[in-house]
Design a protein around this ligand. Structure first.
Ligand SMILES: NC(=O)C1=CN([C@@H]2O[C@H](COP(=O)(O)OP(=O)(O)OC[C@H]3O[C@@H](n4cnc5c(N)ncnc54)[C@H](OP(=O)(O)O)[C@@H]3O)[C@@H](O)[C@H]2O)[C@@H](O)CC1
Ligand SMILES: Nc1ncnc2c1ncn2[C@@H]1O[C@H](COP(=O)(O)OP(=O)(O)OP(=O)(O)O)[C@@H](O)[C@H]1O
Ligand SMILES: [Mg+2]
Length: 370
């Protein structure tokens, strides 16, 4: 009897703690922040080795998102291009490009190799896919002059479109083929000359880490390194190993050293800096670490930074937010939205949560916010 009672009370306390957890989750989901968030933010300060300024992501999201105005024409809510997709990877560029659309961009392009293009097109009819990139294995019999011609052709194909884009995402599933990366370097240089913002992720970071001049001093560039990519960047640019005791100082130095480029350091909490200050986004996310979440993030940052730039020119933004660099605002909004969508997806799918599940929640989370 006693044992039974004990078991029952155990079950009921388990059940009530589950209800409590669920309630806390819903409060977090609806309000964005809660008492436990505040505690976590304090923890962020301690863990991240410096005074962290938790970004007011909710307010940023609300402020930079354009209204669904019936007078606006197709394209005004954003035209994004993802440069990525090769023999090995077709998922990453798809995740980045489709996320941009799900968040609210009007058009999303993918520039990839021919083999990847057919696959990416078959994932979605919504994407505009350009099979223009070439990998070395495909042109192995071609001499140097022939390769130069191919490179020129790729660049001129890209040039036809470039001025129309509000932002490029370079790197998701790009691969590391030397010929392909050389062509992508030229595309980046051309984008920079035309003042098109560039979000660099995945293998784009491999390229940039080895040729930092591609982004150095370009204030419209955003780097979104994960743990490994950040380590390589710090080693190359600062010439030392990552120092977890000085996270903020290190991120500030890294950004300054690359000429004020915005860096979003991904991890348990995301840290963002353009060399002026460090902001964090530590909104509750998901314990699932399935591949592809960084790809969603890169596509999201591209859309939000484009919107933040539009707000800037229209002087529509609140005063505190209007003083913030649009690339930083894009990172804050992208990080917050991904983490919230991941939390919602995990609520439904638990351990079987996949990147496609998170993408399905991008819009839902967003509806809750607006
Ligand atoms: N579906 C697709 O098409 C996807 C394609 N993707 C594309 O893949 C390309 C390469 O990107 P990447 O992220 O795999 O390369 P990188 O960061 O060098 O990691 C390499 C290895 O490092 C390890 N490792 C990882 N994290 C760690 C940690 N915290 N601490 C310690 N170790 C850690 C781990 O290996 P492990 O040591 O566990 O065997 C990991 O596998 C790029 O183009 C990207 O866009 C992805 O977007 C995913 C979805
Ligand atoms: N330990 C963690 N806890 C909670 N969220 C995390 C954790 N690590 C990463 N994230 C979140 O997941 C997002 C993607 O980060 P991640 O480090 O997985 O990128 P990635 O390795 O580039 O992903 P991908 O597989 O797409 O290449 C980040 O924005 C971050 O908010
Ligand atoms: Mg990645």
């Amino acid at each position: 009897m006693f044992v039974k009672h004990g078991m029952n009370s155990g079950f009921s306390s388990l059940a009530s703690s589950a209800v409590l957890r669920r309630q806390q989750f819903l409060i977090r989901s609806l309000k964005g922040y809660s008492v436990s968030d505040n505690i976590r933010m304090e923890a962020v300060k301690c863990l991240s080795g410096g005074a962290s300024l938790e970004a007011n992501a909710e307010s940023v999201l609300r402020t930079i998102t354009p209204s669904l105005d019936p007078t606006r024409h197709k394209g005004q809510a954003g035209k994004i291009a993802v440069i990525g997709g090769c023999r090995e990877y077709t998922g990453a560029p798809y995740f980045a490009a489709i996320s941009a659309l799900k968040i609210g961009a009007d058009l999303s392009h993918v520039f990839c190799t021919e083999g990847a293009a057919t696959v990416i097109k078959s994932y979605s009819p919504e994407l505009i896919v350009h099979p223009i990139l070439e990998e070395s294995y495909n042109i192995s019999g071609v001499n140097d002059e022939g390769k130069r011609d191919i490179s020129k052709k790729i660049l001129s194909e890209f040039d036809k479109w470039m001025e129309r884009f509000d932002c490029l995402v370079v790197g998701p599933g790009l691969g590391r083929d030397p010929f392909l990366l050389e062509c992508v370097s030229k595309i980046m240089t051309r984008a920079r000359q035309s003042n098109v913002p560039i979000v660099v992720d995945g293998d784009g970071l491999f390229l940039v880490t080895n040729s930092i001049e591609l982004v150095s001093g370009y204030r419209l560039a955003v780097l979104t390194p994960n743990v490994n990519e950040y380590k390589r960047l710090v080693q190359k640019v600062l010439g030392c190993d990552v120092n977890d005791q000085n996270t903020h100082g290190e991120l500030l130095s890294l950004s300054k050293q690359i000429g004020g480029v915005t860096i979003l350091r991904k991890g348990k909490f995301d840290l963002i800096s353009d060399g002026e200050k460090v902001q964090s986004v530590s909104i509750y996310g998901s314990p699932r670490r399935c591949g592809g979440q960084g790809d969603i993030l890169s596509g999201s940052v591209a859309v939000f930074l484009s919107w933040a730039r539009q707000c800037n020119s229209a002087a529509e933004r609140e005063s505190t937010i209007s003083r913030t660099n649009p690339t930083v605002l894009g990172c804050i909004a992208g990080s917050a939205l991904l983490r919230k969508a991941a939390a919602l997806a995990f609520e439904h799918k638990k351990r079987s949560t996949l990147t496609t599940d998170i993408i399905e929640h991008l819009g839902q989370r967003y509806t809750l916010l607006s």
